[in-house]
Write a protein that binds this ligand. Structure first.
Ligand SMILES: NC(=O)c1ccc[n+]([C@@H]2O[C@H](COP(=O)([O-])OP(=O)(O)OC[C@H]3O[C@@H](n4cnc5c(N)ncnc54)[C@H](OP(=O)(O)O)[C@@H]3O)[C@@H](O)[C@H]2O)c1
Length: 302
């Protein structure tokens, strides 16, 4: 049976805080760990949970340890705390890239009698409720009670309405390159391309209909997010590097089509995009969604 003592390493961060609230609401006794005491104390008081500044003390009695610190520090943290963990306890991370983290978890699960899991919530700290959001899960391995402990633990998310998708670390990083890395990159590039024309966004907005307005608002929301994490998601992911090579070739091809006034080439690229998206679940109603977003934005402009 799963114990109720749960420690969050990185408990004063955006994700640490929302998961602290979430687990507390499920009856867990929470301890938060982070390095900066002022911020940690403030969040612990806000959530009405305990905090601990000594890393070993924060985890040694825990039944469950969640690691919620920046991507690059996660594997080292897992290896540092593993020797302090209680027999049969569960450790999991929520980091946005998995190849190095998975390796670290795999290594410690072979060395110590603990249970290891890797999760990736496909949402950020701004959400109000986790219901209907996707949680990616990578099973690593553990003690004889692994399956029992894991199903009890994952059940907490299931009953709260999260959609759990099981995956592997290789697949995870490839898909994340496409579902996070690519849209982030396009929006960062969109704003930087416009910036290099020396046109102001508010001036351009006077000349817009629909597409630009939506794209602009979307990009503005992306550019206000966590720069360090967004950088790591692209820089630290080898799968994203491969996608970038593909993109470079595509841009070269596109440039040739445009510069050579190759109408047929343009139709070909356009049609290939259309055929590809036709298969998608949202395709048929996409124009409807587009105008729903537009309606909201137009109301705001009044
Ligand atoms: N934000 C998102 O949208 C999102 C979505 C899905 C997954 N994630 C993943 O969630 C994790 C946390 O992200 P976040 O957005 O919550 O980050 P964050 O807001 O920057 O919080 C990071 C937390 O970790 C602590 N910390 C930083 N470096 C540390 C270290 N070396 N040792 C111990 N504690 C450290 C920080 O406090 P101190 O500096 O005081 O120690 C803070 O409590 C990341 O792995 C990220 O990939 C984030």
């Amino acid at each position: 049976m799963l114990g109720k003592k749960l420690t969050i390493i990185g408990g004063s961060g955006g994700m640490g805080k929302i998961f602290g609230k979430f687990f507390k609401s499920h009856g867990f006794e929470i301890t938060l760990f982070a390095r900066n005491e002022d911020r940690l104390k403030q969040i612990a008081e806000e959530l009405e949970v305990n905090y601990e500044l000594d890393l070993k003390k924060s985890v040694e009695y825990a039944d469950i340890v969640m690691v919620s610190i920046p991507i690059q520090s996660t594997p080292k943290m897992i290896k540092t705390i593993a020797p302090f963990l209680k027999e049969n306890s569960l450790i999991f991370d929520i980091c946005s890239l998995k190849s190095e983290t998975y390796k670290a978890l795999y290594e410690v699960h072979e060395k110590y009698p603990i249970n290891c899991l890797s999760l990736h919530p496909m949402f950020g700290p701004a959400i109000k409720n986790m219901k209907n959001y996707v949680l990616l899960a990578l099973k690593v391995g553990g003690t004889e009670q692994y399956n029992e402990i894991l199903s009890e633990f994952l059940r907490i998310f299931e009953i709260s309405g999260l959609i759990i998708t099981e995956t592997t670390h290789k697949l995870h990083d490839l898909k994340i390159a496409l579902t996070l890395g690519v849209p982030h990159m396009f929006n960062i590039l969109f704003l930087n391309l416009l910036r290099r024309t020396n046109e102001s966004l508010s001036e351009l907005t006077k000349y817009t209909g629909t597409t630009f307005l939506l794209q602009k608002v979307f990009a503005e929301s992306i550019i206000q997010r966590e720069m360090e994490m967004f950088g790591d998601i692209q820089i630290e992911n080898n799968e994203f590097h491969k996608v970038l090579d593909l993109f470079e070739n595509l841009i070269k091809e596109y440039r040739n089509v445009i510069k050579n006034k190759d109408t047929k080439g343009f139709y070909k690229i356009f049609t290939e995009g259309l055929e590809y998206s036709k298969e998608d679940y949202h395709f048929n109603d996409s124009y409807k969604y587009f105008f729903q977003f537009m309606k909201t934005l137009k109301k705001k402009l009044k």
